[in-house]
Design a protein around this ligand. Structure first.
Ligand code: HEM
Length: 512
């Protein structure tokens, strides 16, 4: 009897579930929007993504390709309808012109569970606007100029580290570049010298790597988190383990305490964000700001927004430098042209000055092409905060609709970039169609660290190319195989292996 009741109950649940999914999957048809048929009940088009059987790039590339005549198309992410944008004009409308409708991403902070999640990437509406406005000056040209020296010191250490292993000639270049990226962030975010005793690089690197850990379980958890946030809160499943959160906050407190006693006037991200906290405390004291105003730049916001520099800035910049070196190893003519430009300009300035970097137009084009071919963030999202009528159509997207912009697919569309799989820096000598090139996103919500990342990458590339020729070695994979378990970022499986040949003494001395 009990067994029969169970069977009936289970059948009822399955039937309900089936009807629910079928009804949900009728959404795009009812709106008259071209759409991708869901591949699988409950998972929609996302089964392969959830179970790390395909990368996000591949999943959205397929949808992009199968609607080649459309400006946009619908698809189902689990049971929820989402819109994939295919046309650069519509990308521009959503990210720039009609930004007031699309201020937010589909993610949100969950401060009850993860205090460090209240950062720019996740913040929404007014709180994002106020925080971004306060943080924009942190990345101004004059602040970046101040950080130039710190970055060249880190790049010198990188070249020294490469020198210590060069005899083996084949290196997994990511290991070295990630260490450089970490040193650069520790130096520019915290003012910690890479060679200092107790340098926290390794520990913070551990935290960040755990977050991006390539495992099927992590990919699954991360995916579900965006869908079932309440469930995670219920199970108290955190993104950042509590001991690591404590470590990070203590580290910041210690640095600030030390600074109170010692030097004033440092220019690094921590000092700049700490000044924001102090400034708001003064305004509260003077009665110009209410202490309960949700837009106060609190110490908690400072911790989270320091943390995001590591989260958003490390793997992205590391992979950009690695992919660029990879393409230079495969395209020796381009490498030679970049090297000649760097050598000429550095010789003229006497060293790798900030002004010298600005003059390196060919290197800039090489970097832009690398970011086109290998955008580290292959997909960006926006969520409609009010009903939005798609321009030149009768279709209105309801409030809450999530739109995905497939950066990788648009940047590989031969309509905008002929021979998209070829590495051609000269593309960037011409005007690029707005909305077709988005490695840092676009509009008011575009990457806040873009110019810092470019500077960091150009300094590392210049220093390496002045010392070494990078070559293809027998471990270099062509083409690269991407790791399907890393849902967020485009990451090569097994890393990028390259050969290093030290330039002759004469070549090196010419530019020093
Ligand atoms: C090559 C390196 C990098 C790439 C390709 C990259 C790419 C991106 C992209 C695509 C976005 C989303 C933009 C949008 O939605 O329109 C973003 C946002 C963001 N990035 Fe970067 N990023 C890089 C480096 C950095 C660095 C070095 C930092 C900080 C030090 C950083 C901090 C952020 C933050 C805080 C956001 C959120 C901005 C907001 O919502 O207001 N990124 N980045």
């Amino acid at each position: 009897m009990l067994f029969a009741v169970l069977i009936v109950l289970l059948s009822a649940i399955v039937a309900y579930f089936y009807v629910f999914c079928r009804r949900a999957y009728g959404y795009w048809k009812s709106l008259g929007v071209p759409y991708e048929e869901p591949e699988c009940l409950f998972f929609g088009s996302s089964f392969n993504l959830v179970f790390a059987r395909e990368t996000a790039t591949d999943v959205y590339q397929k949808i992009y390709n199968s609607h080649s005549r459309e400006k946009f198309c619908g698809f189902y992410h689990m049971t929820r309808p989402h819109l994939l944008i295919r046309s650069p004009e519509l990308v521009e409308a959503i990210t720039v012109k009609d930004f007031s409708y699309f201020q937010n991403r589909h993610m949100k902070a969950n401060t009850e569970l993860d205090e460090l999640s209240a950062h720019l990437v996740n913040l929404r509406d007014e709180q994002w606007r106020v925080t971004r406005h306060k943080m924009n000056p942190t990345f101004s040209s004059s602040k970046l100029k101040h950080m130039h020296g710190q970055l060249t010191d880190c790049a010198d250490n990188l070249v020294e580290r490469l020198a210590s292993v060069e005899k083996s000639t084949e290196v997994n270049i990511g290991d070295f570049i990630r260490r450089y990226g970490m040193d650069a962030l520790c130096s520019c975010a915290f003012g910690i010298d890479a060679e200092a005793p107790n340098n926290p690089s390794a520990t913070i690197l551990g935290v960040v790597r755990r977050i991006f850990e390539p495992s099927r379980l992590m990919a699954f958890k991360r995916f579900l988190r965006t869908e079932l946030d309440w469930f995670f809160t219920l199970l108290r499943w955190r993104n950042v383990p509590v001991e690591l959160e404590k470590y990070f906050k203590n580290l910041i407190d210690e640095i600030l305490e030390h600074r109170e006693k010692q030097d004033a006037g440092r220019v690094d991200f921590l000092q700049l964000t700490n000044d924001l906290v102090k400034n708001d405390l003064l305004l509260i004291r003077d009665g110009q700001l209410d202490k309960d105003d949700p837009n106060v730049f609190t110490k908690k916001l400072m911790y989270a927004n320091e943390f995001v520099f590591f989260l958003a800035g490390l793997e992205t910049t590391t992979s950009t430098i690695c992919y660029t070196l990879y393409e230079l190893a495969l395209n020796t003519g381009i490498q030679e042209e970049a090297y000649q430009e760097i050598k000429r300009i550095v010789t003229k300035h006497g060293h790798l000055a900030h002004e010298a970097i600005k003059e390196m137009t060919y290197l800039s084009h090489v970097l832009s092409e690398s970011l086109r071919k290998y955008p580290p963030v292959p997909l960006i999202s926006r969520e409609a905060s009010k009903n939005y009528k798609i321009p030149e159509t009768d279709i209105t997207l309801p409030k809450g609709m999530v739109v995905f912009i497939p950066v990788h697919s648009i940047q590989h569309d031969p309509k905008y970039f002929p021979d998209p799989y070829e590495f051609k820096p000269e593309r960037f000598t011409h005007q690029i169609l707005p909305g077709s090139y988005l490695p840092f996103g676009d509009g008011p919500r575009k990457c806040i660290g873009a110019r810092f990342a470019e500077l960091e990458a150009k300094i590392a590339l210049s220093k390496i190319l002045l010392e070494y020729t990078v070559t293809r070695c027998h471990k270099t994979e062509v083409p690269l195989t991407m790791d399907k378990r890393v849902a967020l970022l485009a990451t090569p499986k097994g890393g990028i292996w390259l050969g290093l040949e030290r330039r002759t003494k004469n070549q090196r001395e010419d530019s020093s």
